[in-house]
Write a new protein. Structure first.
Ligand SMILES: NC(=O)C1=CN([C@@H]2O[C@H](COP(=O)(O)OP(=O)(O)OC[C@H]3O[C@@H](n4cnc5c(N)ncnc54)[C@H](O)[C@@H]3O)[C@@H](O)[C@H]2O)C=CC1
Ligand SMILES: O=C([O-])CC(=O)C(=O)O
Length: 330
């Protein structure tokens, strides 16, 4: 019996993500929360003849609390998306407060839930979430995940194109670091099974993975950012986690986590110099059971990418932590 919540369920990501969760045999209850339109989205999904009982909640009558109550997993794609010309950091002023508010509710009524943060800027909204949970005395790093799966999904797709593989899903392409521009670090030397990226294509491939989000923002031309590929990616991560919680062994996926709170993470925090970082984590009944050290034997080019990523991440993390401690007065 798993109760899943989507916060931001009426949005571009929220709707298809809710559809995928509604179809999952692992979910028995699906609560949809948003500031608009959830009665309609929930009524629509509830006619699908799958297992999950689906309900919609709005802010009135403490709707967030009712939706989140005793949730096992809360996925958060609430907040505004980018328009052309914006960075993810430009979303901070609005989305930081939205995420903070939702995490406060989760801390109160579902303190043990696995929380998957999609809202951007992920590099900062996850530190905000951690600080809010810490302040409420319910922080467990093994249960808080920044969803960076879309970077891996993109990397799989783009590497398969270059390497001439017909099925990208047969490739495992680790992407670490953060979730914006140069903080995204694809490790092509660690692709399994190994592929040869031609030297003259390496820089462009790195750039495409790092700025894949911009490609979609540009193509949507003012109507938002990636939604369908993100719904797939968010579901892929949620499904892996739920399977691992149900006892399936050996499931590993990168996620942006608080390293010092996860076995094996302290060492990576020392190596990189940042506490929040996306790394492959082994998933299990407690969530992130173990950080997989993937930093050994990376190439010189990857070392250079990593150094740049850490510089950017330090600022993004500090911004999130500072906001959680001193939110602007209204
Ligand atoms: N982590 C990642 O890889 C990715 C993250 N994103 C981020 O996901 C977020 C959502 O993107 P879209 O779905 O395209 O945006 P959208 O605007 O289509 O949907 C956002 C939804 O959040 C709702 N919302 C706003 N404030 C809320 C609150 N306080 N509580 C509950 N719901 C609230 C809105 O009503 C709307 O339905 C953006 O911040 C975007 O940048 C997008 C793609 C990839
Ligand atoms: O680019 C954006 O703003 C949305 C996002 O995070 C992505 O598509 O990776």
């Amino acid at each position: 019996m798993v109760k899943a919540v989507v916060a931001g369920a009426s949005g571009g990501i929220g709707q298809p993500l809710s559809l995928l969760l509604k179809l999952s045999p692992l979910v028995s209850e699906l609560a949809l929360y948003d500031v608009v339109n959830t009665p309609g989205v929930a009524a629509d999904l509830s006619h699908i003849s799958s297992n999950a009982k689906t309900t919609g909640y709005l802010p009135a009558n403490d709707g967030a609390k009712a939706a989140f109550k005793d949730a096992d997993i809360i996925v958060i794609p609430a907040g505004i998306p980018r328009k052309p010309g914006m960075t993810r950091d430009d979303l901070f002023n609005i989305n930081a407060g939205i995420v903070k508010g939702l995490i406060e509710v989760a801390a109160e009524v579902a303190p043990k839930a696995f929380i998957l943060v999609i809202s951007n800027p992920v590099n900062s909204t996850v530190p905000i979430s951690a600080e809010v949970l810490k302040a409420k005395g319910v922080f467990n790093a093994q249960r808080l995940f920044g969803v960076t799966t879309l970077d891996i999904v993109r990397a799989e797709t783009f590497v398969a194109e270059i390497a001439g593989k017909s099925n990208p899903q047969e490739l495992n392409v680790p992407v670490i670091g953060g979730h914006s521009g140069e903080t995204i670090v694809p490790l092509f030397s660690k692709v399994a099974p190994a592929v040869k990226i031609p030297d003259d294509k390496y820089d462009a491939l790195v750039n495409r993975v790092q700025f894949g989000g911009d490609e979609v923002v540009k193509a949507k031309d003012g109507l938002g950012s990636a939604t369908l590929s993100m719904a797939y990616a968010g579901y892929r991560f949620a499904e892996k986690l739920l399977k691992a919680v149900a006892g399936v062994k050996g499931l590993v996926e990168p996620s942006y986590v608080y390293l010092p709170g996860i076995p094996g993470g302290e060492e990576i925090a020392k190596k990189t110099g940042v506490d929040f970082f996306s790394v492959p984590v082994e998933l299990g009944p407690n969530g992130a059971e173990k950080v997989v050290d993937i930093l050994g034997d990376i190439t010189e080019k990857e070392e250079t990418l990593l150094k740049k990523a850490v510089e950017g991440l330090q600022d993004n993390i500090k911004k999130g932590v500072d906001f959680a401690h001193n939110p602007p007065q209204k």
